[in-house]
Write a protein that binds this ligand. Structure first.
Ligand code: EPZ
Length: 418
């Protein structure tokens, strides 16, 4: 297994190109199933998760070509296979996003239940409740979920929580349903908005994306589309933290500030200088960092996907910071690794208290989930000596060429093939 080796002590200076958003690309690629013709997607991030989604689309009988610009011929004809197998789904939970489009377009689907992951049990009850409300027969069979419905019908669905992929699955399913679907307590993430924009370009009638109430009026068919994926606000936020803690000066090229209000507010609260420029967002770390408290929330609140990265900044801030993780039940696995590097962090349930101004020392550390591994790379950039981040396959799921991008702004970082 590959590892990332980081030497601490360098300031990050220069500009980093921000890739397309992983969490927009995944539902958008799945949505291509809803049309019959080949769609073209631009600004696709070259990530392990995107490769997995492409593999799944091929497995279903589709064709996928290209890299940053991808052409997808949706599953069709004799090669059509309405099953997403466990072998694939277990490597990427977001495979569940093919469920809604398959049922809407072909009337049935058999998808392995994604199961949990390191950060939590990750249930899909809201996805299934919504499809059942639209008239689908839902059957659990040996770890698979089988969903059937000749034609879905519009329904009003009140989500128990603003689930991102739950909302995306149901929004996609509703585009071809008969009648109107209203999703209440909908997720408001920018990635949900980008998906809705693409669906409407395909001929769907989605209104209210980005708000808590999304209305979808079903149509009979959708056509192929060309769509450019939004920038990845979490990748941009990750590099912003790295700039702040290394007292650097980095332009996040292509970052969309309008998606990053909560992240920018907390960076400014901590004493970083954040300025919106024509080419993106510039982050400067100057004087001492201040302690800030964070509670993760659904968008537009502070994103859970930035929690681990902010925790590293808290270890350097003047004072004591409190971080409350309200979205996932087990998203503090980076804590013991950071403590091994010299951080002082106390966890009590969903709350972590971080004592600041701790000198970190490089160590061999274990990545456990995507964003935790990013936080360990950032910690390695400010620790004394060398840090080896093991199991970087977690990192490759959500960050495109991270060591190349960070080396480009002065980090002493390399990948050692294992
Ligand atoms: C999406 O996951 C993202 N993934 C996650 O990003 C992100 O952390 C998460 O949203 C929250 O913002 C993609 O978009 C591919 P949820 P998702 O459904 O949709 C509970 C990353 O690092 N829930 O919004 O799976 C669930 O347990 C990844 O890029 C149910 O109870 O998250 C959680 O507590 C990690 N039943 C909460 O809702 C359901 O049916 C939010 O989960 C669905 C969710």
């Amino acid at each position: 297994m590959d590892k990332i080796v980081v030497e601490g002590g360098n300031r990050l200076v220069g500009s980093i190109p921000v890739s397309g958003a992983k969490n927009a690309a995944l539902p958008i690629l799945a949505a291509s199933i809803l049309s019959s013709g080949p769609s073209t997607f631009k600004n696709v991030p070259m990530l392990q998760d995107v490769a997995t989604m492409a593999k799944l689309l091929r497995q279903l009988g589709g064709e996928v070509d290209g890299k940053h610009t991808m052409v997808v011929h949706p599953p069709h004809g004799k090669k059509l296979k309405l099953e997403a197998p466990y072998e694939l789904v277990k490597t990427m939970r977001a495979s569940i996003l093919v469920l809604g489009p398959l049922v809407a377009r072909f009337g049935r689907a058999r998808v392995s239940q994604p199961g949990g992951c390191a950060i939590g049990t990750r249930p899909i009850d809201q996805h299934l409740k919504g499809l059942a409300a639209m008239g689908a027969k839902v059957h659990l069979d040996h770890g698979y979920v089988e969903v059937e419905c000749k034609r879905l019908r519009g329904a009003t669905i009140v989500l128990d929580m603003p689930t991102v992929t739950g909302c995306e699955n149901l929004m996609m399913a509703a585009t071809l349903a008969k009648g109107r679907t209203v999703l209440e307590n909908a997720a408001r993430e920018p990635e949900v908005e980008d998906l809705a924009l693409m669906l409407n370009k395909m001929g769907a009638r989605v209104q209210g994306a980005g708000t808590a109430i999304i209305t979808i009026d079903g149509v009979d068919e959708l056509h192929a589309v060309e769509h450019t994926i939004i920038a990845d606000r979490i990748e941009a936020g990750t590099f912003a933290i790295a700039a702040a803690v290394t007292r650097g000066d980095v332009l996040l090229e292509g970052a969309q500030a309008e998606h990053m209000d909560a992240i920018m507010a907390k960076l400014r609260g901590a004493g970083a200088t954040v300025t919106v420029e024509s080419g993106g967002v510039r982050v400067r770390g100057g004087g001492d960092l201040r302690a800030v408290d964070i509670t993760t929330q659904p968008h537009p609140g502070f994103p859970t996907d930035m929690q681990a990265q902010f925790m590293v900044m808290a270890t350097q801030a003047k004072g004591e910071s409190m971080i409350k993780e309200t979205i996932f039940e087990n998203r503090f696995m980076h804590v013991p690794e950071l403590c091994r590097m010299g951080a002082e962090i106390h966890v009590d349930g969903r709350v972590a208290v971080i004592r600041g101004q701790k000198k970190l020392a490089g160590a061999a550390v274990m990545a456990t989930d995507l964003r935790a591994s990013a936080s360990l790379v950032i910690a390695g950039m400010i620790a004394s000596g060398k840090t080896e981040v093991l199991r970087v396959y977690h990192l490759d799921r959500g960050y495109e060429a991270i060591e190349k991008k960070l080396r480009g702004v002065g980090a002493k970082i390399k990948r050692v093939r294992g």
